[in-house]
Design a binder for this molecule. Structure first.
Ligand SMILES: NC(=O)c1ccc[n+]([C@@H]2O[C@H](COP(=O)([O-])OP(=O)(O)OC[C@H]3O[C@@H](n4cnc5c(N)ncnc54)[C@H](OP(=O)(O)O)[C@@H]3O)[C@@H](O)[C@H]2O)c1
Length: 142
């Protein structure tokens, strides 16, 4: 099985490159090959690789900078994962999407569930993450 891993140069992606090795052929394009700000390129790469599993460990993580360029943060953290989920669904592939605890402001009493709404954001980066929770679902979302 081919595993398409994004964000391989990041903190999480670096560890995933190693831990996913035993599960299949890991294809880990960098930003130069698959820029999440370029939605057409995201679609094209997934269609070319045809993975059985998409692991999205890429994200716009500069939370302060996101305040000044919210559209870019939204494209990378919400729209690109939606495109990835759509393409994964078309391929019958599973997808793993990592989010952030920045969507939780800590004021809720009791446990959080995936259907807990509304989730209040703590930065301009986090509404983007909130959006990807509503994005089209692939065949299987972990
Ligand atoms: N680290 C943790 O302990 C942890 C825990 C839970 C959840 N998470 C979540 O996991 C995700 C990644 O976190 P991280 O700590 O690994 O972040 P990070 O170290 O800042 O890495 C971000 C990764 O995303 C890539 N990236 C950013 N913009 C991109 C773009 N336009 N196109 C392609 N790739 C792009 C970066 O590539 P470049 O090298 O090209 O910039 C880098 O590989 C986030 O959603 C975070 O909330 C992380």
């Amino acid at each position: 099985m081919k595993i398409l891993l994004t964000g391989g140069s990041g903190q999480l992606g670096y560890e995933l490159q190693r831990s996913l090795q035993g599960l299949g052929e890991v294809v880990a394009p960098g930003r130069a090959q698959m820029d999440l700000a370029d939605l057409a390129q995201v679609r094209a790469v997934i269609r070319a690789v045809r993975p059985g599993l998409v692991v999205n460990a890429a994200a716009y993580t500069a939370v302060d900078q996101a305040e000044t360029e919210p559209a870019v943060a939204r494209r990378i953290n919400a729209e690109a994962p939606a495109v990835m989920a759509d393409e994964a669904r078309k391929l019958g592939a599973a997808m793993v999407q990592y989010s952030t605890d920045y969507v939780f402001d800590g004021n809720k009493q009791g446990a959080y569930w995936k259907a807990t709404w509304p989730i209040r954001s703590m930065s301009m980066a986090s509404p983007s993450s909130r959006l990807n929770r509503r994005s089209p679902r692939p065949a299987s979302l972990t």
